[in-house]
Design a protein around this ligand. Structure first.
Ligand code: UGA
Length: 412
């Protein structure tokens, strides 16, 4: 028997209302998801600058080479970091277009990062406040400037901190690197990429000096493991998309404007404050040693890598042919025991250190590092010229000037 018409109508209206109701709930959930997704982590700053026409003008101006001869246009990630600041300044000095990117995180005193930013502003380099895990921002930067090169230095650094905050290493060194490579592979033209790997990939190897041909499959810290992962990820993007990629294995870089979490920096601070410093030693009182490398030498290596990088072969996400894939050690080739580092600092600071010597805990540290740099010498013209004594002298002069005379506090 047919149902009365009004009942059918009622059912029809009821189902339409239900449909509208559930569609609204669904759309609301999608909106919520996007508002809380990690990509929107820096979305407030992104909204701020995407709406600001002045921001675009500053990016374009900063990315413009001073002359046609200085044609490189480089995106430098981690630009407010130690190595990033020095590389940006050096590139700008020789006339290249340089745009910086940095998330100004609080791993160490952000005011030092802001001071580096001011330094670069005076050199005409603009640093965008944003994260490599934000593809919308990265794409926007590539829309504004056709970068020929990316110098990728943004990372979660530090060997021992990886035990305290492992997720930050995966977020920056693995997810962040992939996010950047995804945008680079789709860019047209694709840029050539030079990025910071680490001496720590040699892990527990005992054969010295460390050569690029040696195994790198026994990392001793999560930090090292994420840098090693980066090298494998680089291989994949080179293989599938034709991106030209060069990895640089830095060996304990030090110098003015350095990182407060590193031993030479925190020892200086504590020695001056007459506070005790802890020196780790290996089994049988083995003195732990590092191939400390001065920042100016590292910068020359970075520029050498950018200048010898061949073009990527793909475009718009499609590989057109095999592309360059390289990895180089950038060290000093003369390891120095940590004890000796402390002796040099004592003399330069004219203060005796209060030393506490402890057996090295299982904290991810390795006993020694020593770079074989013949490959970088041959291919990049890399030739370190600063010994530890000379480099530390320059660091101490900067430190005293920055923290003492300018009245800044070292909130390390
Ligand atoms: O070469 C590298 O790849 C790495 O160099 C440094 O790592 P590290 O060599 O451990 O540098 P520092 O943290 O300055 O430590 C230097 C030495 O001082 C020792 N140390 C450190 C801290 C301390 O309180 N006492 C102490 O004896 C460490 O065991 C190590 O042998 C950087 O921190 C890493 O980001 C970088 O990637």
């Amino acid at each position: 028997m047919d149902k009365p018409l009004y009942i059918n109508r009622f059912r029809y209206h009821f189902s339409i209302t239900k449909l509208v109701f559930w569609t609204c709930i669904f759309l609301g959930l999608i909106l919520l998801f996007f508002l809380h997704s990690p990509h929107s982590s820096s979305s407030s700053s992104q909204r701020r600058f995407l709406a600001d026409p002045d921001w675009e003008i500053r990016v374009i101006k900063s990315g413009k080479p001073r002359s046609r001869a200085g044609g490189l246009k480089v995106l430098v990630t981690g630009a407010a970091g130690f190595v990033g600041t020095h590389v940006c300044a050096a590139l700008r000095r020789r006339g290249n277009g340089v745009v910086g990117l940095d998330n100004f995180n609080a791993y160490y005193d952000p005011s030092l990062k802001q001071a580096r930013r001011s330094l670069l502003e005076r050199a005409d380099v603009f640093i965008v406040d944003g994260d490599i895990n934000n593809p919308t921002l990265l794409k926007k930067l590539f829309d504004l400037v056709q970068f020929t090169h990316v110098m990728h230095l943004a990372a979660q650094a530090g060997v021992r901190y990886a035990m305290k905050n492992p997720a930050s290493y995966v977020h920056s060194n693995v997810a962040g690197f992939v996010s950047l490579l995804e945008v680079c592979k789709s860019a047209n033209p694709q840029p050539a990429i030079v990025w910071a790997s680490s001496s720590s990939v040699y892990g527990l190897n005992t054969k010295v000096p460390f050569s690029e041909k040696d195994r790198t499959d026994q990392p001793s810290s999560l930090y090292a493991a994420t840098k090693k992962a980066g090298e494998e990820i680089a291989h994949t993007y080179n293989h599938i998309y034709g991106l030209s990629i060069t990895g640089l294995r830095f060996f304990t870089v030090y110098g003015p404007w350095g990182r407060p979490d590193m031993a030479y920096f925190s020892f200086t601070k504590d020695i001056l404050k007459r506070k005790p410093i802890t020196i780790f030693e290996g089994p049988d009182h083995f003195s732990v040693a590092r191939d400390f490398t001065y920042i100016d030498d590292i910068v020359k290596g970075c520029l050498g890598a950018l200048d010898t990088a061949k073009k990527s072969t793909g475009s718009g996400g499609v590989k057109k042919g095999p592309a360059q894939l390289r990895v180089f050690n950038l060290g000093n080739t003369s390891p120095v025991p940590v004890n000796k580092l402390v002796n040099i600092l004592e003399k330069l600071l004219k203060v005796k250190a209060k030393k506490i010597v402890l057996p090295m805990p299982a904290n991810g540290d390795v006993l020694f590092t020593h770079a074989n740099i013949s490959l970088a010498q041959r291919e990049l013209g890399y030739k370190p010229t600063t010994d530890l004594q000379t480099g530390l002298k320059k660091f101490v002069r900067w430190y005293l000037d920055y923290y003492t005379r300018s009245g800044k506090k070292s909130n390390v």
